[in-house]
Design a binder for this molecule. Structure first.
Ligand code: MN
Length: 310
């Protein structure tokens, strides 16, 4: 549970109101002009231009609208015990994004950050991606990709929907992509070997390896798992930014192709945009740009059916 307050321009504040329009709730809090509730955050907007985000997803929500200092309530990382000097070791880190977004692909990136590259990455502004806006990540990702060996994989919606329909879990999909991205980076840096590999943890180690047991080439040597790993080593922070950059680029391209600005996340706005696509372009078009198994599909169909009746 954390609280983040952004001070926004009138124009940016309006963007917040528009974004959460479908989730707006009445408010009589002193000075408040707008309030909305998502499943995991409450957003309160004030006359003064301040907007407060509260809840377990306060950071993710606030991150859509501006930059902020990390809240002091950040919970600690869980997972493998790391060597004491871990942050200064030569590490390949990996992370993914897009897994909670109805529209667009899943992207996974791995990046190798040896000690001699750390100062450069810090100068570029590489840090915990949850503290960076999408705009900032778009801005610095190309320079990171110039600076360090990396691999980024994009699992597009058609392929994602196909394997999901075959019964693959998201965990399995992610594990396969992480393993593949790590293999790419390991072969890029050969004959150099990293001190460690750190995976931003999304499954227990045993489950992760069970998912990829049929792969030919399984990366096991010196692999560590930890949650919030982007706080533990710059390589994971860099990988996370690269993955986000690939995701945002893919969203731009999909939006262009379908002629609609596709929103991120899985909120009520997403349902509305999906319903509009259903009505104007049909089911196949929607299928081609979404993670079809999400509950948004059913909600969008309901909205579209209602609109057809009118
Ligand atoms: Mn992650």
């Amino acid at each position: 549970m954390s609280t983040i307050v952004l001070k926004l321009s009138a124009q940016d504040q309006q963007k917040v109101h528009d974004y959460y329009d479908a989730q707006a709730v009445p408010t009589n809090a002193p000075g408040a002009v707008f309030m909305a509730k998502t499943p995991h955050a409450t957003i309160t907007s004030y006359k003064s231009g301040k907007v407060m985000f509260q809840g377990t997803e306060a950071e993710q929500e606030a991150n859509r609208f501006g930059e902020f200092e990390a809240p002091t309530t950040t919970t600690s990382s869980k997972g493998d015990k790391l060597p004491e000097n871990f942050a200064s070791l030569n590490v390949i880190g990996s992370d993914e994004t897009g897994t909670g977004d109805y529209f667009g692909p899943i992207t996974v990136a791995a990046a190798y950050v040896p000690e001699e590259k750390m100062a450069l990455l810090q100068t570029l502004g590489v840090k915990d991606s949850k503290m960076l806006t999408d705009a900032k990540m778009r801005d610095i990702a190309p320079a990171i990709m110039e600076a360090v060996p990396y691999s980024v994989l994009t699992l597009h919606n058609d392929k994602y929907n196909k394997v999901k329909e075959q019964g693959w879990s998201q965990g399995k999909i992610k594990a396969l992509l992480h393993n593949q991205a790590l293999r790419h980076v390991l072969s890029k840096i050969e004959p150099t070997k990293p001190d460690y590999i750190l995976i931003d943890q999304f499954e227990e180690r045993d489950t992760y390896y069970r998912h990829i047991q049929e792969e030919k080439d399984i990366v096991r040597d010196r692999v560590l798992f930890a949650t919030k790993a982007e706080q533990l080593h710059l390589s994971v922070a860099a990988a996370s930014i690269i993955a986000r950059f690939a995701f945002l680029s893919a969203m731009d391209q999909l939006s262009n192709e379908i002629g609609v600005e596709l929103p991120k996340g899985a909120s009520a706005i997403v349902d509305q945009v999906a319903a509009n696509i259903l009505l104007s372009q049909g089911e196949e078009a929607l299928h081609s740009v979404t993670k079809w198994h999400f509950a948004n599909t059913t909600k969008a169909s309901r909205i579209a059916a209602k609109n057809r009746m009118i």
